[in-house]
Ligand binder design. Structure first.
Ligand code: PEP
Ligand code: MG
Length: 574
Protein backbone atom coordinates (compact mmCIF):
# COMPACT_ATOMS: atom_id res chain seq x y z
CA UNK A 1 0.00 0.00 0.00
CA UNK A 2 1.28 3.47 -0.88
CA UNK A 3 -0.20 6.79 0.14
CA UNK A 4 0.49 9.89 -1.97
CA UNK A 5 -0.27 13.46 -0.99
CA UNK A 6 -1.91 15.31 -3.87
CA UNK A 7 -4.04 18.27 -4.78
CA UNK A 8 -7.77 17.81 -4.39
CA UNK A 9 -9.60 19.22 -7.40
CA UNK A 10 -13.11 18.23 -6.34
CA UNK A 11 -13.73 16.70 -2.93
CA UNK A 12 -15.25 13.27 -2.45
CA UNK A 13 -14.20 9.67 -1.91
CA UNK A 14 -14.10 6.99 -4.57
CA UNK A 15 -12.84 3.41 -4.53
CA UNK A 16 -12.13 1.78 -7.87
CA UNK A 17 -9.64 0.40 -10.38
CA UNK A 18 -7.02 2.29 -12.34
CA UNK A 19 -7.46 2.69 -16.08
CA UNK A 20 -4.37 4.28 -17.59
CA UNK A 21 -4.75 6.70 -20.46
CA UNK A 22 -1.35 7.29 -21.96
CA UNK A 23 -0.51 10.37 -23.94
CA UNK A 24 -1.54 9.85 -27.55
CA UNK A 25 1.32 9.55 -29.96
CA UNK A 26 -0.07 10.24 -33.41
CA UNK A 27 1.55 8.42 -36.25
CA UNK A 28 1.53 10.63 -39.32
CA UNK A 29 2.38 8.52 -42.34
CA UNK A 30 2.55 11.29 -44.85
CA UNK A 31 4.26 14.40 -43.50
CA UNK A 32 5.11 16.25 -46.76
CA UNK A 33 3.00 17.12 -49.80
CA UNK A 34 3.70 18.28 -53.33
CA UNK A 35 2.41 21.55 -54.75
CA UNK A 36 -0.61 19.97 -56.55
CA UNK A 37 -1.85 18.52 -53.27
CA UNK A 38 -2.01 21.84 -51.42
CA UNK A 39 -5.60 22.67 -52.28
CA UNK A 40 -6.98 19.25 -51.37
CA UNK A 41 -4.94 19.19 -48.16
CA UNK A 42 -6.28 22.61 -47.22
CA UNK A 43 -9.82 21.32 -47.86
CA UNK A 44 -9.10 18.38 -45.57
CA UNK A 45 -7.90 20.70 -42.86
CA UNK A 46 -10.88 23.03 -43.17
CA UNK A 47 -13.37 20.19 -43.03
CA UNK A 48 -11.59 18.80 -39.94
CA UNK A 49 -11.99 22.22 -38.34
CA UNK A 50 -15.71 22.24 -39.24
CA UNK A 51 -16.16 18.76 -37.86
CA UNK A 52 -14.43 19.49 -34.57
CA UNK A 53 -16.37 22.71 -34.23
CA UNK A 54 -19.70 21.00 -34.77
CA UNK A 55 -18.71 18.26 -32.27
CA UNK A 56 -18.13 20.97 -29.70
CA UNK A 57 -21.45 22.61 -30.62
CA UNK A 58 -23.29 19.30 -30.24
CA UNK A 59 -21.84 18.93 -26.81
CA UNK A 60 -22.85 22.46 -25.86
CA UNK A 61 -26.41 21.88 -27.12
CA UNK A 62 -26.74 18.55 -25.41
CA UNK A 63 -25.48 19.33 -21.91
CA UNK A 64 -27.14 21.39 -19.26
CA UNK A 65 -24.25 23.28 -17.79
CA UNK A 66 -24.02 26.91 -16.87
CA UNK A 67 -23.21 29.57 -19.45
CA UNK A 68 -19.87 30.29 -17.77
CA UNK A 69 -18.88 26.63 -18.00
CA UNK A 70 -20.01 26.64 -21.61
CA UNK A 71 -17.78 29.65 -22.20
CA UNK A 72 -14.80 27.54 -21.17
CA UNK A 73 -15.71 25.00 -23.84
CA UNK A 74 -16.45 27.74 -26.38
CA UNK A 75 -12.83 28.87 -26.06
CA UNK A 76 -11.95 25.83 -28.20
CA UNK A 77 -14.28 27.08 -30.92
CA UNK A 78 -12.58 30.46 -30.75
CA UNK A 79 -9.16 28.82 -31.08
CA UNK A 80 -10.36 26.89 -34.14
CA UNK A 81 -11.48 30.13 -35.80
CA UNK A 82 -8.59 32.26 -34.61
CA UNK A 83 -7.20 34.00 -37.73
CA UNK A 84 -3.66 33.80 -36.37
CA UNK A 85 -3.94 30.06 -35.90
CA UNK A 86 -5.41 29.66 -39.38
CA UNK A 87 -2.60 31.78 -40.85
CA UNK A 88 0.00 29.58 -39.15
CA UNK A 89 -1.68 26.45 -40.47
CA UNK A 90 -1.81 27.84 -44.00
CA UNK A 91 1.83 28.90 -43.74
CA UNK A 92 2.76 25.32 -42.82
CA UNK A 93 0.80 23.93 -45.78
CA UNK A 94 1.87 26.46 -48.37
CA UNK A 95 5.38 27.48 -47.39
CA UNK A 96 6.62 24.32 -45.75
CA UNK A 97 4.66 21.78 -47.82
CA UNK A 98 3.46 20.05 -44.67
CA UNK A 99 0.55 17.66 -44.92
CA UNK A 100 -2.61 18.69 -43.05
CA UNK A 101 -1.88 16.62 -39.89
CA UNK A 102 1.80 17.65 -39.92
CA UNK A 103 0.74 21.29 -40.26
CA UNK A 104 -1.52 20.93 -37.20
CA UNK A 105 1.28 19.32 -35.23
CA UNK A 106 3.88 21.96 -36.18
CA UNK A 107 1.61 24.99 -35.83
CA UNK A 108 0.18 24.03 -32.45
CA UNK A 109 3.56 22.89 -31.09
CA UNK A 110 4.87 26.31 -31.95
CA UNK A 111 2.02 28.07 -30.11
CA UNK A 112 2.25 25.80 -27.07
CA UNK A 113 6.01 26.32 -26.92
CA UNK A 114 5.54 30.11 -26.96
CA UNK A 115 3.08 29.89 -24.05
CA UNK A 116 5.44 27.67 -22.09
CA UNK A 117 8.32 30.08 -22.53
CA UNK A 118 6.27 32.79 -20.84
CA UNK A 119 6.71 30.83 -17.60
CA UNK A 120 3.44 31.95 -16.12
CA UNK A 121 0.58 29.91 -14.73
CA UNK A 122 -2.10 31.59 -16.75
CA UNK A 123 -0.38 30.92 -20.06
CA UNK A 124 0.57 27.40 -19.04
CA UNK A 125 -3.18 26.77 -18.72
CA UNK A 126 -3.85 28.35 -22.13
CA UNK A 127 -1.28 25.96 -23.57
CA UNK A 128 -3.46 23.07 -22.36
CA UNK A 129 -6.43 24.47 -24.32
CA UNK A 130 -4.36 24.72 -27.51
CA UNK A 131 -2.97 21.21 -27.06
CA UNK A 132 -6.50 19.98 -26.58
CA UNK A 133 -7.65 21.56 -29.85
CA UNK A 134 -4.63 20.10 -31.66
CA UNK A 135 -5.51 16.62 -30.37
CA UNK A 136 -9.09 16.99 -31.53
CA UNK A 137 -7.96 18.08 -34.99
CA UNK A 138 -5.36 15.32 -35.29
CA UNK A 139 -7.91 12.76 -34.13
CA UNK A 140 -10.28 13.94 -36.83
CA UNK A 141 -7.65 14.06 -39.61
CA UNK A 142 -6.13 10.69 -38.79
CA UNK A 143 -9.44 8.95 -38.12
CA UNK A 144 -8.38 8.29 -34.54
CA UNK A 145 -11.52 8.49 -32.42
CA UNK A 146 -9.54 8.32 -29.17
CA UNK A 147 -10.37 6.39 -26.05
CA UNK A 148 -13.61 4.42 -26.24
CA UNK A 149 -15.19 5.33 -22.93
CA UNK A 150 -18.39 3.46 -23.73
CA UNK A 151 -16.62 0.20 -22.82
CA UNK A 152 -15.55 1.47 -19.39
CA UNK A 153 -16.89 -0.15 -16.23
CA UNK A 154 -18.45 2.03 -13.52
CA UNK A 155 -15.60 1.43 -11.04
CA UNK A 156 -12.82 2.54 -13.38
CA UNK A 157 -10.78 5.60 -12.50
CA UNK A 158 -9.05 7.49 -15.31
CA UNK A 159 -5.32 7.94 -14.77
CA UNK A 160 -3.90 10.63 -17.02
CA UNK A 161 -0.83 12.75 -17.39
CA UNK A 162 -2.52 16.06 -18.00
CA UNK A 163 -6.23 16.69 -17.95
CA UNK A 164 -7.83 18.77 -20.67
CA UNK A 165 -11.27 20.39 -20.80
CA UNK A 166 -12.41 18.07 -23.59
CA UNK A 167 -11.37 15.05 -21.54
CA UNK A 168 -13.48 16.30 -18.64
CA UNK A 169 -16.49 16.73 -20.90
CA UNK A 170 -15.91 13.22 -22.25
CA UNK A 171 -15.74 11.83 -18.71
CA UNK A 172 -19.01 13.57 -17.88
CA UNK A 173 -20.70 12.24 -21.04
CA UNK A 174 -19.72 8.67 -20.18
CA UNK A 175 -20.30 8.97 -16.42
CA UNK A 176 -16.66 8.37 -15.54
CA UNK A 177 -16.84 9.07 -11.81
CA UNK A 178 -13.25 9.96 -10.95
CA UNK A 179 -9.81 10.74 -12.31
CA UNK A 180 -6.26 11.37 -11.13
CA UNK A 181 -3.74 13.41 -13.11
CA UNK A 182 0.00 13.94 -12.93
CA UNK A 183 -0.29 17.60 -13.73
CA UNK A 184 -3.06 20.06 -13.00
CA UNK A 185 -3.85 23.27 -11.18
CA UNK A 186 -6.85 23.98 -9.01
CA UNK A 187 -8.00 26.87 -11.14
CA UNK A 188 -7.37 25.48 -14.61
CA UNK A 189 -10.31 25.34 -17.01
CA UNK A 190 -10.30 21.57 -16.75
CA UNK A 191 -10.51 21.75 -12.94
CA UNK A 192 -13.35 24.24 -12.99
CA UNK A 193 -15.31 21.95 -15.33
CA UNK A 194 -14.46 18.99 -13.08
CA UNK A 195 -16.15 20.71 -10.16
CA UNK A 196 -19.08 21.86 -12.29
CA UNK A 197 -19.63 18.26 -13.43
CA UNK A 198 -18.96 16.88 -9.96
CA UNK A 199 -16.26 14.38 -10.89
CA UNK A 200 -14.13 13.31 -7.91
CA UNK A 201 -10.55 14.21 -8.77
CA UNK A 202 -6.98 14.48 -7.55
CA UNK A 203 -4.08 16.13 -9.29
CA UNK A 204 -0.41 17.14 -8.96
CA UNK A 205 0.84 13.56 -8.59
CA UNK A 206 4.31 13.37 -10.17
CA UNK A 207 5.06 10.19 -12.15
CA UNK A 208 1.56 8.90 -11.57
CA UNK A 209 1.58 6.78 -14.72
CA UNK A 210 4.69 4.96 -13.52
CA UNK A 211 3.42 4.56 -9.97
CA UNK A 212 0.06 3.05 -10.84
CA UNK A 213 -0.57 -0.16 -12.76
CA UNK A 214 -3.53 -1.01 -14.94
CA UNK A 215 -6.40 -2.39 -12.82
CA UNK A 216 -4.66 -1.65 -9.52
CA UNK A 217 -7.09 -0.82 -6.72
CA UNK A 218 -7.15 2.85 -5.78
CA UNK A 219 -8.79 4.92 -3.12
CA UNK A 220 -9.27 8.51 -4.10
CA UNK A 221 -9.58 10.43 -0.86
CA UNK A 222 -10.20 13.87 -2.27
CA UNK A 223 -11.49 15.00 1.13
CA UNK A 224 -7.97 14.75 2.53
CA UNK A 225 -6.04 15.17 -0.76
CA UNK A 226 -4.70 11.63 -0.70
CA UNK A 227 -4.36 8.83 -3.22
CA UNK A 228 -4.02 5.35 -1.77
CA UNK A 229 -2.58 2.78 -4.17
CA UNK A 230 -3.21 -0.93 -3.52
CA UNK A 231 -4.76 -0.36 -0.10
CA UNK A 232 -4.55 -3.17 2.43
CA UNK A 233 -7.77 -4.85 3.52
CA UNK A 234 -8.03 -2.84 6.75
CA UNK A 235 -7.70 0.48 4.90
CA UNK A 236 -10.20 -0.63 2.27
CA UNK A 237 -12.73 -1.55 4.92
CA UNK A 238 -12.11 1.71 6.70
CA UNK A 239 -12.78 3.63 3.49
CA UNK A 240 -15.83 1.57 2.58
CA UNK A 241 -17.27 2.52 5.96
CA UNK A 242 -16.23 6.13 5.46
CA UNK A 243 -17.86 6.18 2.05
CA UNK A 244 -21.10 4.79 3.41
CA UNK A 245 -21.01 7.26 6.27
CA UNK A 246 -20.15 10.10 3.89
CA UNK A 247 -23.03 9.28 1.54
CA UNK A 248 -25.44 8.87 4.45
CA UNK A 249 -24.22 12.10 5.99
CA UNK A 250 -24.62 14.00 2.73
CA UNK A 251 -28.22 12.78 2.52
CA UNK A 252 -29.02 13.56 6.16
CA UNK A 253 -27.31 16.91 6.03
CA UNK A 254 -29.14 17.84 2.86
CA UNK A 255 -32.29 17.43 4.89
CA UNK A 256 -30.90 19.75 7.58
CA UNK A 257 -29.77 22.35 5.06
CA UNK A 258 -32.55 24.72 5.98
CA UNK A 259 -31.53 24.93 9.62
CA UNK A 260 -29.08 27.61 10.60
CA UNK A 261 -25.67 26.70 12.02
CA UNK A 262 -25.62 26.70 15.83
CA UNK A 263 -23.33 25.17 18.42
CA UNK A 264 -24.70 22.76 21.02
CA UNK A 265 -24.78 25.67 23.44
CA UNK A 266 -26.94 27.65 21.01
CA UNK A 267 -24.30 30.07 19.73
CA UNK A 268 -25.27 31.15 16.21
CA UNK A 269 -22.47 30.83 13.67
CA UNK A 270 -22.91 32.54 10.33
CA UNK A 271 -21.96 30.00 7.71
CA UNK A 272 -21.25 31.65 4.39
CA UNK A 273 -19.66 30.39 1.18
CA UNK A 274 -16.73 31.41 -1.00
CA UNK A 275 -17.36 31.63 -4.73
CA UNK A 276 -15.12 32.13 -7.73
CA UNK A 277 -17.66 32.16 -10.51
CA UNK A 278 -21.15 33.65 -10.72
CA UNK A 279 -22.77 30.39 -11.80
CA UNK A 280 -21.93 28.81 -8.44
CA UNK A 281 -24.69 30.87 -6.88
CA UNK A 282 -27.49 28.35 -7.57
CA UNK A 283 -25.65 25.71 -5.60
CA UNK A 284 -25.12 28.15 -2.71
CA UNK A 285 -28.86 28.83 -2.69
CA UNK A 286 -29.53 25.10 -2.39
CA UNK A 287 -27.13 24.96 0.55
CA UNK A 288 -29.10 27.77 2.21
CA UNK A 289 -25.88 29.50 3.21
CA UNK A 290 -25.97 32.71 5.25
CA UNK A 291 -24.42 34.65 2.41
CA UNK A 292 -21.28 34.93 0.32
CA UNK A 293 -18.33 35.73 2.56
CA UNK A 294 -15.84 35.93 -0.30
CA UNK A 295 -16.46 36.46 -3.99
CA UNK A 296 -13.06 36.18 -5.69
CA UNK A 297 -13.82 38.54 -8.55
CA UNK A 298 -10.48 38.17 -10.34
CA UNK A 299 -11.87 35.02 -11.95
CA UNK A 300 -14.14 37.26 -14.05
CA UNK A 301 -11.03 37.79 -16.17
CA UNK A 302 -10.70 34.15 -17.02
CA UNK A 303 -11.05 33.20 -20.63
CA UNK A 304 -12.02 36.75 -21.57
CA UNK A 305 -10.66 38.66 -24.51
CA UNK A 306 -11.24 42.07 -22.96
CA UNK A 307 -11.40 43.60 -19.52
CA UNK A 308 -14.87 43.18 -18.00
CA UNK A 309 -16.70 46.49 -18.47
CA UNK A 310 -18.53 48.36 -15.73
CA UNK A 311 -21.87 47.23 -17.17
CA UNK A 312 -20.79 43.57 -17.43
CA UNK A 313 -19.58 43.62 -13.86
CA UNK A 314 -22.68 45.46 -12.66
CA UNK A 315 -24.91 42.77 -14.20
CA UNK A 316 -22.94 40.00 -12.49
CA UNK A 317 -22.81 41.67 -9.06
CA UNK A 318 -26.43 42.74 -9.08
CA UNK A 319 -27.54 39.28 -10.30
CA UNK A 320 -25.72 37.57 -7.43
CA UNK A 321 -26.83 40.08 -4.79
CA UNK A 322 -30.49 39.84 -5.85
CA UNK A 323 -30.40 36.05 -5.75
CA UNK A 324 -28.70 36.00 -2.32
CA UNK A 325 -30.93 38.69 -0.79
CA UNK A 326 -31.43 39.35 2.09
CA UNK A 327 -28.10 37.66 2.85
CA UNK A 328 -24.87 39.60 2.32
CA UNK A 329 -22.53 39.23 -0.63
CA UNK A 330 -18.96 40.26 0.17
CA UNK A 331 -17.27 41.25 -3.05
CA UNK A 332 -13.50 41.17 -2.85
CA UNK A 333 -11.98 43.62 -5.29
CA UNK A 334 -9.63 42.11 -7.90
CA UNK A 335 -6.78 40.25 -6.23
CA UNK A 336 -4.53 40.30 -9.28
CA UNK A 337 -0.80 39.73 -9.38
CA UNK A 338 0.99 36.90 -7.54
CA UNK A 339 -0.34 33.66 -8.96
CA UNK A 340 -3.25 35.44 -10.58
CA UNK A 341 -1.46 37.26 -13.37
CA UNK A 342 -3.75 38.58 -15.97
CA UNK A 343 -3.10 38.58 -19.67
CA UNK A 344 -5.39 41.58 -20.08
CA UNK A 345 -3.33 44.10 -18.14
CA UNK A 346 0.28 43.81 -19.23
CA UNK A 347 2.59 44.23 -16.26
CA UNK A 348 6.35 44.14 -15.96
CA UNK A 349 7.80 40.78 -15.05
CA UNK A 350 8.60 40.57 -11.34
CA UNK A 351 11.32 38.51 -9.74
CA UNK A 352 9.10 37.80 -6.77
CA UNK A 353 5.46 38.26 -7.73
CA UNK A 354 4.07 37.18 -4.35
CA UNK A 355 5.91 40.09 -2.78
CA UNK A 356 5.25 42.30 -5.77
CA UNK A 357 2.47 44.39 -7.17
CA UNK A 358 -0.52 42.25 -6.15
CA UNK A 359 -3.89 42.65 -4.44
CA UNK A 360 -4.69 46.20 -3.42
CA UNK A 361 -1.29 47.40 -4.69
CA UNK A 362 -2.19 46.24 -8.18
CA UNK A 363 -5.59 47.95 -7.98
CA UNK A 364 -4.11 51.21 -6.71
CA UNK A 365 -1.53 51.08 -9.51
CA UNK A 366 -4.28 50.51 -12.13
CA UNK A 367 -6.73 53.08 -10.88
CA UNK A 368 -9.08 53.04 -13.87
CA UNK A 369 -9.50 49.26 -13.71
CA UNK A 370 -10.11 49.55 -9.97
CA UNK A 371 -12.58 52.43 -10.34
CA UNK A 372 -14.53 50.57 -13.02
CA UNK A 373 -14.98 47.72 -10.60
CA UNK A 374 -15.87 49.94 -7.64
CA UNK A 375 -18.50 51.84 -9.67
CA UNK A 376 -20.04 48.55 -10.76
CA UNK A 377 -20.13 47.27 -7.16
CA UNK A 378 -21.57 50.53 -5.84
CA UNK A 379 -24.33 50.60 -8.46
CA UNK A 380 -25.19 46.99 -7.64
CA UNK A 381 -25.38 47.85 -3.92
CA UNK A 382 -28.60 49.82 -4.44
CA UNK A 383 -31.28 47.90 -2.54
CA UNK A 384 -28.90 44.97 -2.06
CA UNK A 385 -26.79 43.67 0.80
CA UNK A 386 -23.33 44.09 -0.71
CA UNK A 387 -20.08 44.60 1.18
CA UNK A 388 -16.71 45.47 -0.32
CA UNK A 389 -13.49 43.86 0.83
CA UNK A 390 -9.93 44.77 -0.14
CA UNK A 391 -7.23 42.09 -0.49
CA UNK A 392 -3.60 42.24 0.69
CA UNK A 393 -4.05 45.26 2.95
CA UNK A 394 -0.96 45.99 5.07
CA UNK A 395 -2.23 48.73 7.36
CA UNK A 396 -4.74 51.54 7.74
CA UNK A 397 -2.87 53.63 5.15
CA UNK A 398 -3.60 51.04 2.48
CA UNK A 399 -7.22 50.89 3.54
CA UNK A 400 -7.63 54.67 3.54
CA UNK A 401 -6.19 54.88 0.00
CA UNK A 402 -8.68 52.27 -1.17
CA UNK A 403 -11.53 53.99 0.65
CA UNK A 404 -10.59 57.32 -0.98
CA UNK A 405 -11.14 55.70 -4.37
CA UNK A 406 -14.54 54.43 -3.25
CA UNK A 407 -15.46 57.98 -2.17
CA UNK A 408 -14.23 59.31 -5.52
CA UNK A 409 -16.45 56.80 -7.34
CA UNK A 410 -19.42 57.73 -5.16
CA UNK A 411 -19.01 61.36 -6.23
CA UNK A 412 -18.84 60.33 -9.89
CA UNK A 413 -22.05 58.34 -9.52
CA UNK A 414 -23.72 61.26 -7.71
CA UNK A 415 -22.82 63.40 -10.72
CA UNK A 416 -24.61 60.95 -13.01
CA UNK A 417 -27.59 60.61 -10.74
CA UNK A 418 -26.86 56.93 -10.09
CA UNK A 419 -27.89 55.39 -6.79
CA UNK A 420 -25.88 53.20 -4.40
CA UNK A 421 -25.78 52.18 -0.76
CA UNK A 422 -24.24 55.26 0.86
CA UNK A 423 -23.53 53.20 3.99
CA UNK A 424 -21.87 50.31 2.22
CA UNK A 425 -19.56 48.30 4.50
CA UNK A 426 -15.88 48.42 3.55
CA UNK A 427 -13.71 45.71 5.05
CA UNK A 428 -10.24 44.26 4.77
CA UNK A 429 -8.73 40.85 4.40
CA UNK A 430 -6.31 40.02 7.16
CA UNK A 431 -3.92 37.93 5.12
CA UNK A 432 -0.50 39.40 5.73
CA UNK A 433 1.12 39.51 9.18
CA UNK A 434 1.39 43.31 9.07
CA UNK A 435 -2.41 43.63 8.84
CA UNK A 436 -2.87 41.33 11.82
CA UNK A 437 -0.24 43.23 13.79
CA UNK A 438 -1.90 46.54 12.86
CA UNK A 439 -5.38 45.13 13.47
CA UNK A 440 -6.10 47.65 16.24
CA UNK A 441 -5.64 50.70 14.02
CA UNK A 442 -7.32 48.94 11.08
CA UNK A 443 -10.36 48.11 13.20
CA UNK A 444 -10.78 51.84 13.95
CA UNK A 445 -11.21 52.69 10.28
CA UNK A 446 -12.84 49.73 8.54
CA UNK A 447 -16.20 48.00 8.95
CA UNK A 448 -15.16 44.34 9.12
CA UNK A 449 -12.28 41.87 8.98
CA UNK A 450 -12.07 38.64 7.06
CA UNK A 451 -9.07 36.48 7.88
CA UNK A 452 -7.52 34.95 4.77
CA UNK A 453 -5.55 32.11 6.28
CA UNK A 454 -4.25 30.85 2.92
CA UNK A 455 -1.99 33.84 2.50
CA UNK A 456 -1.62 34.56 6.21
CA UNK A 457 0.06 31.16 6.65
CA UNK A 458 2.21 31.67 3.53
CA UNK A 459 3.47 35.10 4.58
CA UNK A 460 3.83 34.35 8.30
CA UNK A 461 5.86 31.20 7.78
CA UNK A 462 7.50 32.36 4.53
CA UNK A 463 6.31 29.12 2.88
CA UNK A 464 5.01 29.30 -0.70
CA UNK A 465 1.42 28.00 -0.57
CA UNK A 466 1.78 26.42 -4.03
CA UNK A 467 5.10 24.67 -3.49
CA UNK A 468 4.33 20.95 -3.30
CA UNK A 469 7.74 20.26 -1.80
CA UNK A 470 7.08 22.52 1.17
CA UNK A 471 3.59 21.27 1.97
CA UNK A 472 4.73 19.72 5.27
CA UNK A 473 5.98 23.13 6.35
CA UNK A 474 2.79 24.96 5.40
CA UNK A 475 1.36 24.51 8.90
CA UNK A 476 -1.96 26.27 9.22
CA UNK A 477 -2.17 25.72 12.98
CA UNK A 478 1.31 27.11 13.62
CA UNK A 479 1.41 29.11 16.89
CA UNK A 480 2.54 32.21 14.96
CA UNK A 481 -0.58 31.99 12.78
CA UNK A 482 -2.90 31.25 15.71
CA UNK A 483 -1.52 34.22 17.63
CA UNK A 484 -2.10 36.52 14.65
CA UNK A 485 -5.66 35.21 14.35
CA UNK A 486 -6.21 35.83 18.07
CA UNK A 487 -4.75 39.30 17.76
CA UNK A 488 -7.15 40.14 14.93
CA UNK A 489 -10.17 38.73 16.76
CA UNK A 490 -9.35 40.76 19.88
CA UNK A 491 -8.92 43.97 17.89
CA UNK A 492 -12.21 43.40 16.07
CA UNK A 493 -14.02 42.67 19.34
CA UNK A 494 -12.64 45.76 21.07
CA UNK A 495 -13.91 47.90 18.22
CA UNK A 496 -17.18 46.01 17.81
CA UNK A 497 -16.63 45.03 14.18
CA UNK A 498 -17.39 41.55 12.79
CA UNK A 499 -14.56 39.19 11.96
CA UNK A 500 -14.84 36.09 9.80
CA UNK A 501 -12.41 33.50 8.47
CA UNK A 502 -12.57 32.94 4.71
CA UNK A 503 -9.31 31.03 4.13
CA UNK A 504 -9.34 27.25 3.55
CA UNK A 505 -8.79 26.64 7.30
CA UNK A 506 -12.47 27.36 7.83
CA UNK A 507 -13.38 24.46 5.50
CA UNK A 508 -11.08 21.91 7.15
CA UNK A 509 -12.79 19.69 9.75
CA UNK A 510 -9.89 19.73 12.23
CA UNK A 511 -9.78 23.51 12.42
CA UNK A 512 -13.48 24.28 12.76
CA UNK A 513 -13.69 23.67 16.55
CA UNK A 514 -10.44 25.61 17.03
CA UNK A 515 -11.76 28.66 15.18
CA UNK A 516 -15.14 28.51 16.94
CA UNK A 517 -13.34 28.19 20.28
CA UNK A 518 -11.12 31.17 19.45
CA UNK A 519 -14.30 33.23 19.20
CA UNK A 520 -15.02 33.28 15.47
CA UNK A 521 -18.74 33.64 14.78
CA UNK A 522 -18.59 33.81 10.98
CA UNK A 523 -17.01 31.34 8.60
CA UNK A 524 -16.89 31.60 4.83
CA UNK A 525 -16.15 28.22 3.38
CA UNK A 526 -15.78 26.18 0.29
CA UNK A 527 -19.39 25.15 -0.65
CA UNK A 528 -18.49 21.46 -0.77
CA UNK A 529 -17.61 21.59 2.94
CA UNK A 530 -20.91 23.20 3.93
CA UNK A 531 -22.77 20.17 5.30
CA UNK A 532 -19.73 18.82 7.11
CA UNK A 533 -18.82 22.11 8.74
CA UNK A 534 -22.42 22.72 9.80
CA UNK A 535 -22.46 19.31 11.43
CA UNK A 536 -19.19 19.95 13.28
CA UNK A 537 -20.46 23.31 14.51
CA UNK A 538 -23.52 21.58 15.93
CA UNK A 539 -21.18 19.41 18.05
CA UNK A 540 -19.19 22.34 19.48
CA UNK A 541 -20.13 23.63 22.93
CA UNK A 542 -19.05 25.98 25.71
CA UNK A 543 -16.51 23.53 27.14
CA UNK A 544 -14.61 23.98 23.88
CA UNK A 545 -14.51 27.75 24.32
CA UNK A 546 -13.09 27.43 27.81
CA UNK A 547 -10.35 24.99 26.68
CA UNK A 548 -9.18 27.36 23.96
CA UNK A 549 -9.54 30.62 25.80
CA UNK A 550 -7.04 29.38 28.36
CA UNK A 551 -4.35 28.89 25.71
CA UNK A 552 -1.19 30.77 26.70
CA UNK A 553 0.29 33.08 24.07
CA UNK A 554 3.52 31.14 24.48
CA UNK A 555 1.94 27.91 23.26
CA UNK A 556 4.31 25.70 21.28
CA UNK A 557 3.67 23.80 18.05
CA UNK A 558 3.55 20.36 19.76
CA UNK A 559 1.08 21.74 22.29
CA UNK A 560 -1.19 23.09 19.54
CA UNK A 561 -0.94 19.77 17.72
CA UNK A 562 -2.04 17.91 20.83
CA UNK A 563 -4.92 20.34 21.23
CA UNK A 564 -6.11 20.21 17.60
CA UNK A 565 -5.54 16.58 16.76
CA UNK A 566 -6.25 14.97 20.16
CA UNK A 567 -8.17 17.17 22.60
CA UNK A 568 -10.49 18.64 19.99
CA UNK A 569 -10.82 15.45 17.92
CA UNK A 570 -14.16 14.41 19.49
CA UNK A 571 -15.71 17.62 18.15
CA UNK A 572 -14.94 16.82 14.51
CA UNK A 573 -14.55 13.03 14.42
CA UNK A 574 -18.28 12.51 14.39
C1 PEP B 1 -6.67 33.71 1.58
O1 PEP B 1 -5.55 34.16 1.28
O2 PEP B 1 -6.89 33.04 2.60
C2 PEP B 1 -7.82 33.95 0.70
C3 PEP B 1 -9.03 33.61 1.06
O3 PEP B 1 -7.58 34.51 -0.51
P1 PEP B 1 -7.01 33.70 -1.79
O4 PEP B 1 -7.02 32.24 -1.43
O5 PEP B 1 -7.90 34.05 -2.91
O6 PEP B 1 -5.63 34.25 -1.91
MG1 MG C 1 -5.35 35.65 -0.32
Amino acid sequence: MRVLECLSINPGVFIGRAKLIRCRKYHIEKTQIVEEERESELELLLSAIDLVESDIQNYLDQYQISETDKDIIRIHQLILRDPEVLALLEHELKEKSSSAPQAVLNAFNQIVQQFRELDNDFFAQRAVDYKDVAHRLLGSLLGDTGEDYSAWEPDQIAIVQEISPSQVTNFASFNIPAYCSERGAYNSHASILTRAMNITALSAIPQLLELVEEDETLIIDALNSRLIISPDEATLNQYRELLEKYDRQQEELKGAAGQSARTLSGRRIKLMCNIELPQEIDRILELKADGIGLFRTEFLYMGKKHLPTEEEQYQIYTGIAKKMAPHPVTIRTFDLGGDKLTHLIPSPREENPYLGCRGIRFSLAHKEVFKTQIRAILRASTDSNIKVMFPMINDSEDFLKARAIVLECMKELDGKGETYDTDIDLGVMIEVPSAALCAEELAHVCDFFSIGTNDLVQYTLAVDRNNENLSSQYIQHHPAVINLIRFSINAARKNSIPVSVCGEMASIDEYVPLLIGLGINELSINPTACFRVKNIISHCDDTLDSVIKKLPETITLPEIETLVFKTLAPYYQI
